[in-house]
Design a protein around this ligand. Structure first.
Ligand SMILES: Nc1ncnc2c1ncn2[C@@H]1O[C@H](COP(=O)(O)OP(=O)(O)OP(=O)(O)O)[C@@H](O)[C@H]1O
Ligand SMILES: [Mg+2]
Length: 420
């Protein structure tokens, strides 16, 4: 690359120099030696021509023989067909032609004045071309090095600060490179953390199952009493695997199923009724206020799952006697559902993280969940082209706000899956 840019710049410079030289010749800015020789040739021609006119061809030749020793570089020759431009004499007597041989050194002397500036120009332009080509190609070389580093797995590579270019397009390219590298790094770290979390979650029930099997082998009589616990661990594993599969399928975008228009409020009211029933133990009440229908187009199962998790989270984090307010509105082309509880909320720094898989924020009220509910809810909402946000409320409590477009296009569905 650098070699080609160098060759291009240098050739352009040389071409300019050559054009300059041609121009000098065209306007006859010839060096003084050249002018002197031409004047001398013209005088000699004139003299021989005058003698020829007076004394004829033989006289002209005799005259030349006399003066020739004084002009060794010249020769007077017969020109049979009188074709030369500076011919001496006429065709009936036979023409003569005065030619100048000139030594190589003499000829070189003629071009010497132009040769020096040409050589210096070529050298200076070569040096300039090297610097220029290095400077022009350095951002591209940096980007290429960055790409190689990313390909080699160094995802922490960033280049925009090192580009050292004032070219806006290249600066944009550097920033885009950094953005892409950051996304790749986040995704790669997320994957690694996900694998770690999955294996961690699976290991505990598996270890308990192995211990139970060991106990049964030692004393088979305890089998009946351990069966219940084993059943619990097996269903936990079953639930975990199902949730992971749902998350993976959401990510791939093949869970969207049949599209239909339905009233989301019907689903939400059912969830609220169930949650109110469960909440009676701790005197937690759930209420709904807002519009009477929440018609949306989408996958009822996915949206049900998302709403159920959010409402159940609110219930499980509510204190004794707490109230969970669910509100529904239609604003523009979207429906907005808010679930606000009076629980401990989430530390501000963790508000975004709770939508990542296996994130469980430490809190006073312990949760028995596995930390996949909000990740699945987020995937379900974004795959419908909607958004999900969490914010703390004053004096305490958490508000989960979901917004789903009334009509979801296929483009939205596919774009939304990138969020997971
Ligand atoms: N209403 C809430 N109030 C306070 N913290 C919450 C609330 N909702 C969610 N969280 C925090 O976000 C974390 C993630 O929630 P998520 O629903 O994904 O997982 P989970 O409820 O722990 O498990 P599950 O997979 O069974 O839903 C919770 O563990 C909790 O720390
Ligand atoms: Mg949950």
């Amino acid at each position: 690359m650098i070699l080609r840019v160098f060759a291009f710049i240098w050739c352009a410079n040389l071409l300019t120099l050559l054009l300059f030289l041609v121009l000098i010749n065209l306007v006859d800015l010839s060096p003084p030696e050249d002018i002197q020789i031409r004047a001398e040739t013209r005088v000699l021609e004139q003299q021989v021509s005058d003698i020829y006119r007076i004394e004829g061809k033989a006289g002209a030749l005799a005259f030349w023989r006399q003066i020739a020793p004084g002009f060794p570089a010249y020769a007077l020759q017969a020109d049979a067909d009188c074709s030369d431009a500076n011919v001496i004499g006429a065709a009936d007597q036979g023409c003569l032609h005065l030619s100048r041989a000139g030594s190589i050194a003499e000829r070189l002397q003629i071009i010497q004045p132009a040769a020096l500036p040409l050589t210096i120009g070529a050298l200076v332009s070569a040096v300039m071309a090297i610097f220029l080509s290095r400077w022009l190609t350095s951002p591209i070389r940096r980007i290429s090095q960055g790409l190689k580093a990313i390909a080699a797995g160094h995802l922490q590579t960033r280049i925009s600060a090192k580009l050292q270019t004032s070219n806006r397009e290249l600066q944009d390219l550097g920033r885009d490179f950094d953005f892409a590298a950051e996304r790749l790094q986040t995704l790669a770290e997320g994957r690694t953390r996900l694998f770690h979390d999955i294996s961690h979650e699976i290991r505990s029930p598996l270890a308990r199952l192995r211990a139970a099997v060991g106990l049964i082998e030692v004393s088979p009589a305890r089998g009946a009493s351990l069966a219940g616990r084993m059943e619990g661990d097996i269903s936990r594993l079953d639930h975990l695997v199902n949730e992971i599969l749902t998350l993976a399928r959401l990510e791939r975008g093949d869970i969207l199923g049949e599209f239909q228009t339905f009233d989301l409020l019907d689903l939400v009211e059912n969830i609220i009724a169930d949650a109110n029933f469960e909440g009676r133990v701790r005197n937690v009440k759930l209420t709904y206020s807002g519009v009477k229908t929440l018609n949306v187009m989408g996958n009822p199962e996915l949206l049900h799952r998302a709403c159920e998790n959010i409402i159940r989270n609110a219930l499980s984090h509510s204190p004794q006697g707490g109230i969970v307010q669910v509100t529904g509105q239609q604003i523009g082309d979207a429906i907005i559902l808010e679930v606000a509880d009076e629980g401990p909320g989430v530390p501000e720094a963790n508000l975004k993280n709770i939508f990542a898989p296996f994130v469980r924020v430490e809190k006073e009220i312990p949760s028995a969940g596995i930390g996949l509910g909000l990740a699945i809810a987020s995937g379900a909402i974004t795959s419908h082209g909607g958004t999900i946000l969490a914010r703390n409320r004053q004096p305490n409590g958490l508000v989960l706000k979901i917004s789903v477009p009334l009509k979801t296009s296929t483009a939205n569905l596919i774009a939304g899956n990138a969020v997971l």
